[in-house]
Design a protein around this ligand. Structure first.
Ligand code: F6P
Length: 329
C-alpha cells in the first residue's frame, strides 16, 4: 500500500517486565507497517538495545508463528542508562544513524515514560502500546498480558485450594502488582478468596481476622487470602504473620506465585487486543499522531497523550471489591 507519510521506517521495542501478548503486538506492528509500505527495525533488549544500536530489519516472515508465544522475541530489559538524558541522547543518535523515523515502545509505565521523554527532548515521533500484566496504564481498559497473567493465577490458586481444603489450612497467596491490585482483585473474585489485599485498598488485620472468624463459625474449614505484592503493610508473609499473631485457628501457609504469572501462551483476549493495538500504533503514527499511547476503551481504539497515560493510573473497580466481600462470607 502507498505510504504518504514522512515516516518510512519504524523502530519497535519491548521494555520493562515482559507480558504475554507482546509477540502478538510485535507481529501486528511489523505486518501493519509492511502492509502500509513502511520498513521496520526490531530493536533488541529494550532501551538498552536502542542505546547500543542492536537493530535488525524485520519483514512479514520474521514474525511468523509468534502470535501464540509468550515472552518477547525482541527481549526486554529495565534500562537504567535510559533514565538519564545522556543515555537518551545516545539512543537518539542510534535512531538517526539507523534512519528510523518513529519509535513504537511496548511496555508499562516506566517504559512509556522513557518514550515520552525521548519525544520531548529530541522530537522523535513515538507511540506507546500498553504491555503490562499490572494493567495500570490509563487510557485503555486492559493492558496486554493482564488477562493471561490473571488466568495463570486462577489456575494456580485452584490447585492451591485443593491442598488447602485437604488440610483445613489458611493460605496467603501473593500475586504480582507493585502498585496495582488488578491481578489480585480479579483473581480473588474468580477463585472465591475470603479476602483480597490491594495496594489501593488495604483490609486491616482486625477486619481480616473478623472475616475469618465469621466464616469459620459457619463451617468454613479452609480459606485463601490473595495479597498483592505491593500492599502497603507488606506482602503475603507479613500479612500471614500479623494474622497468626491474633488468630491461630487455622494452620497457615504462604505461597508466592512469582514470575510464573508472566509466562505461557497469551490468551485469546490478549492476542486480539495486542493485534489491534499493534496495528493501531502504526496507523496512528502514519496519520500524524505522536507522543500518544494507543489503547482500547469500550471496544474502540483510542489515543491518549503519553503524558496523561503515565501520570494517571487505572483504579480497580470498587464495586468488584464489594462483590468479593459479599460473596466470600
Ligand atoms: O511490571 C510487571 C511486574 O511483573 C510487576 O508486577 C512486578 O512487581 C515486577 O514486574 C517484577 O519485575 P522483575 O521481573 O524485574 O523482577
Amino acid at each position: 500500500m502507498k505510504n504518504n507519510s514522512s515516516i518510512k521506517r519504524i523502530g519497535v521495542l519491548t521494555s520493562g517486565g515482559d507480558a504475554p501478548g507482546m509477540n502478538a503486538a510485535i507481529r501486528a506492528v511489523v505486518r501493519g507497517s509492511v502492509f502500509h509500505g513502511v520498513e521496520v527495525d526490531g530493536i533488541f533488549q529494550g532501551y538498552a538495545g536502542l542505546i547500543s544500536g542492536d537493530f535488525k530489519r524485520l519483514n512479514e516472515r520474521s514474525v511468523a508463528r509468534i502470535l501464540g508465544r509468550g515472552g518477547t522475541i525482541l527481549k526486554s530489559s529495565r534500562c537504567v542508562d535510559f533514565m538519564s538524558t545522556e543515555g537518551r541522547k545516545k539512543a537518539f543518535e542510534q535512531i538517526v544513524k539507523n534512519q528510523v523515523d518513529a519509535l513504537i515502545a511496548i511496555g508499562g509505565n516506566g517504559s512509556l515514560t522513557g518514550a515520552h521523554l525521548l519525544y520531548e527532548e529530541f522530537g522523535i515521533p513515538v507511540m506507546g502500546i500498553p504491555g503490562s500484566i499490572d494493567n495500570d496504564l490509563f487510557g485503555t481498559d486492559h493492558c496486554i498480558g493482564f488477562d493471561t497473567a490473571t488466568n495463570n493465577v486462577v489456575d494456580a490458586v485452584d490447585k492451591i485450594r485443593d491442598t488447602a481444603n485437604s488440610h483445613n489450612r489458611l493460605f496467603f497467596v501473593e500475586v504480582m502488582g507493585r502498585r496495582s491490585g488488578f491481578i489480585a482483585l480479579k483473581s480473588g473474585i474468580a477463585t472465591g478468596a475470603i479476602a483480597i489485599i490491594l495496594p489501593e485498598d488495604e483490609m486491616s488485620v482486625e477486619e481480616l481476622v473478623e472475616t475469618l472468624q465469621r466464616s469459620e463459625s459457619s463451617g468454613k474449614t479452609s480459606s485463601i487470602v490473595i495479597v498483592a505484592e505491593g500492599s502497603k503493610s507488606g506482602g503475603a508473609y507479613a500479612r500471614a504473620q500479623a494474622v497468626t499473631k491474633k488468630y491461630t485457628q487455622y494452620e497457615t501457609r504462604v505461597s508466592i506465585l512469582g514470575h510464573l504469572q508472566r509466562g505461557g501462551a497469551p490468551s485469546c483476549y490478549d492476542r486480539v487486543i495486542a493485534s489491534r493495538m499493534g496495528l493501531g500504533a502504526v496507523e496512528g503514527l502514519l496519520e500524524g499522531k505522536k507522543d500518544c499511547m494507543v489503547g482500547i476503551i469500550n471496544d474502540k481504539e483510542v489515543y491518549t497523550p503519553l503524558e496523561v497515560s503515565i501520570a494517571k493510573s487505572n483504579f480497580p473497580n470498587r464495586d468488584e471489591l464489594r462483590i468479593a466481600r459479599v460473596l466470600s462470607i
